[in-house]
Design a protein around this ligand. Structure first.
Ligand code: FES
Ligand SMILES: [Fe+2]
Length: 431
């Protein structure tokens, strides 16, 4: 059992008592350097991680750079059209190879000694290669290093740094179905819009997971947005909304009463033209997917969490969000807008407007949420080393009594957070 310097073992940071209906998380889980290092090594080092969507790099030569679990990576499509994921480190002495966040190239050239690698990883040129014993063999040995595992589901590309992780579909389990629902919205498929929203949050990455799985905060935290929806004639309700434990740390909220869905569930601020389009869109979906599947795709909003770093918001706007832990109290969040391929320009415009007004970093909801993570992190620092150790625990017991009776957990309870934390403790508590 891993002991922390404070005297706790990592698995004892989550304390559950089913009899007493009590569930608590020790606050060092959000602020300890040791816990953070254990997460990077045991979770980020040994689990499938969401890297990006195939449609971010549609053309041969397209690339994006990003960092997962602290490791800089190049996500690219090589000249033959294959997706490649390399460590963004020159094989010569380790220099960061590509220093752009995105672009299109046939070669990545290191600025230090000018080695040039093709977009399929071959060492194509190096100055003065006659100084090596066998230049061809040397080049072969010094190819770019690929990440050990790359797999995708519905265009969502995942990687793993551990070559021995089970297959991606085994990892995704029941979450795969909900990714497929969102992927089947567009008759010609789905794609990410160019551009990424990147923002740094002064809070632990797990606070972003909790926030997404927490319907309890919606009405009080987002009261400006809720008031705005009411003023536009939309009735907001928390009734009949549920939370699901999808296993292996993945979680799902199914929401019917928070907002409309472009192309699927009308609300007044979408305008009259959208009302008519929704009828036609439903028919198209029923013809293509069958009535049952069309209803499952369209009728309710969903927030899907795929352990550990992917959030898929299929709400009034479709957003893919990726969490990158930078330090115990610091997280980088990347968000992409996910849209139907070939949708009409006015629908695309409505989608972007809705995205920007709610889930975008300057919208009516996301700044509230970021303020919540940061306020929680500041409060968590406040109770560190308290004279009374009981002060330093957070409570997540809401809804345990209801669940004990065998009822499905509600979105406004804390069941989805409990399943996340149970999985977290089981992964981190392993020797
Ligand atoms: S470190 Fe890249 S060429 Fe030397
Ligand atoms: Fe929120």
């Amino acid at each position: 059992m891993t002991q922390l310097t404070q005297g706790y073992s990592i698995s004892s940071l989550v304390e559950e008592d089913e009899e007493a209906l009590s569930f608590k998380v020790h606050r060092s889980a959000y602020r300890s350097e040791e816990v953070f290092r254990a997460e990077i090594s045991r979770i980020w080092g040994h689990t499938w991680l969401y890297l990006g969507h195939e449609t971010e790099i549609p053309k041969p030569g397209d690339f994006r750079t990003r960092t997962l679990g602290g490791r800089p990576l190049i996500f690219c499509r090589d000249s033959s059209g294959e997706i490649q994921v390399f460590f963004n480190a020159c094989t010569h002495r380790g220099t960061i190879l590509c220093r752009h966040s995105e672009g299109n190239t046939k070669f990545f050239q290191c600025f230090y000694h000018a080695w040039a690698f093709s977009n399929s990883g071959d060492l194509a040129a190096l100055p003065g290669d006659d100084a090596y014993a066998d230049s061809a063999a040397f080049r072969e040995a010094m190819k770019l290093r690929s990440v050990p595992r790359i797999q995708s589901h519905e265009g969502f590309v995942f990687i793993a740094f551990d070559p021995d992780v089970p297959d991606l579909m085994t990892h995704l389990g029941r979450a795969a179905h909900y990714m497929s629902l969102t992927a089947s919205i567009g008759p010609a498929g789905m794609e990410t819009l160019p551009g990424v929203q990147l923002y740094a949050v002064k809070g632990n990455w797990k606070l972003a997971v909790e926030n997404a799985m927490d319907g309890y905060h919606f009405a009080p935290t987002h009261n400006t947005f809720v008031g705005y929806l009411r003023e536009t004639g939309f009735a907001v309700t928390d009734d009949d909304q549920y939370a699901y434990d999808l296993g292996d740390g993945h979680g799902l909220l199914i929401l019917t009463g928070h907002n409309g869905r472009i192309g699927m569930v009308w609300e007044p601020r979408f305008g009259e033209a959208e009302k008519e389009r929704i009828v036609a869109k439903r028919q198209e979906m029923e013809d293509r997917l069958g009535p049952e599947r069309a209803a499952e795709v369209a009728d309710a909003s969903r927030i899907l969490y795929v352990f550990p770093n992917l959030l898929l918001f299929d709400l009034e706007a479709l957003t893919i969000r990726q969490l990158e832990p930078v330090a115990p109290g610091r997280t980088d969040v990347r968000a992409w807008q996910f849209v139907e391929v070939d949708e009409p320009a006015d629908v695309r415009a409505l989608r972007i407007k809705t995205m920007v007004s709610f889930v975008g970093p300057g919208g009516l909801a996301t700044p509230d949420d970021i303020e919540a993570y940061e306020a929680v992190q500041r409060g968590i620092e406040a109770t560190a080393d308290s004279a009374d150790p009981r002060y330093d625990w957070s409570d997540m017991s809401r809804g345990m009594a209801n669940e004990k009776k065998g009822n499905q957990g509600r979105s406004i309870d804390e069941g989805a957070m409990r399943s996340f934390w149970r999985h977290w403790a089981s992964v981190l508590g392993e020797d």
